[in-house]
Each structure stands twice: as C-alpha cells, then as structure tokens.
Write a protein that binds this ligand. Structure first.
Ligand code: ADP
Ligand code: MG
Length: 140
C-alpha cells in the first residue's frame, strides 16, 4: 500500500470544546502522521469556496455559517492509503450511524457539527491541500 496524503479539518464544534489534541491523537493512533497543521479562522468566502461542491444542497448556508462560527485546525495527514484510513477513523457523516470508536461516534454533536472533515479521494485531497497550504508548509 502506498504512502499518500489527505486533508483534514478539526471543525469549530471540536475546537470550541478543546478537543484538538483528543482528535489528533485518534488520527495518530489510526496510523496517520500530521505533516502540516495550522489553526485558522476561515472567512465566509474561503468556506464557500471549500464547500462549493455542496452549494446546491439545502444545508449549504448553514454549513458555511457553522464552519466560520469559530476557529478550525486544517491539517495534512500522511500514511498508508491515507484517504481511506482517515475516512475509516472519522466514521459516518451522521454520528448516529458512525461505528464505535470513530471520531464522530466519540465526539460529534450532530450531522452538521460532526467534528472533522476528511477528503473523499486522492484527487480531492490534492485540491483541498493546495487550497489551504503552500508546499513549504508541509514537512513530512
Ligand atoms: P462528509 O463530511 O462525511 O464527507 P458530506 O461531504 O456529505 O459528508 O457533507 C459535508 C458536511 O456537510 C458534513 O461533514 C456535515 O458537516 C454537513 N452535512 C452533511 N449532510 C448534512 C445534513 N443533512 N444536514 C446538515 N449538515 C450536513
Ligand atoms: Mg465530503
């Protein structure tokens, strides 16, 4: 299995509850390495651009408001089959459906305030990493 990269966000519901370390530990315990990380306050424009793929969904406006409601931690994660490895430890979008031991099962508040984002493909991982990080900010 190849070592690849994925993009992660620790969302405002998690930073608000001081869970940055707890969530990062779950990522690390799942075999992922944090090779870039920064805490930022996203602008409305940044959040709308990031979630542009969802702009026709009924929850788009709420999602953008939530994502700018407080700081987030954007991260680049590296590991074997990183996209799938991260999606597996994140758990299902709706915490009610998430498997035991996953980040969303343990920490998420709701289907919207679900603590973490993770890229869904290698292609999107690259786009999302480039959206938030310069190459020199990533140190493997
Ligand atoms: P995932 O984050 O698991 O890849 P999606 O890409 O489908 O899920 O959705 C992006 C984000 O939009 C979710 O993580 C969640 O914060 C929010 N979201 C998804 N579905 C809903 C919904 N039905 N109601 C409110 N927010 C939602
Ligand atoms: Mg998604």
């Amino acid at each position: 299995m190849a070592v690849t990269r994925t993009f992660s966000i620790i969302k405002p519901d998690a930073t608000r509850r001081n869970l940055t370390g707890a969530v990062t530990k779950m990522l690390e315990d799942a075999g992922l390495r944090v090779v870039a990380s920064k805490r930022i306050q996203m602008t409305k424009e940044q959040a709308e651009g990031f979630y542009a793929v969802h702009k026709e969904r009924p929850f788009f406006g709420e999602l953008v408001s939530f994502m700018i409601s407080g700081p987030v931690v954007v991260q680049v994660l590296e590991g074997e089959d990183a996209v799938k490895r991260n999606r597996d430890v994140m758990g299902a979008t709706n915490p009610a459906d998430a498997a035991e031991g996953t980040i969303r099962k343990v920490h998420a508040e709701s289907i919207e305030a679900n603590s973490v984002h993770g890229s869904d493909s290698d292609e999107n991982a690259k786009i999302e990493i480039d959206y938030f990080f310069k190459p020199e900010e990533i140190v493997g």
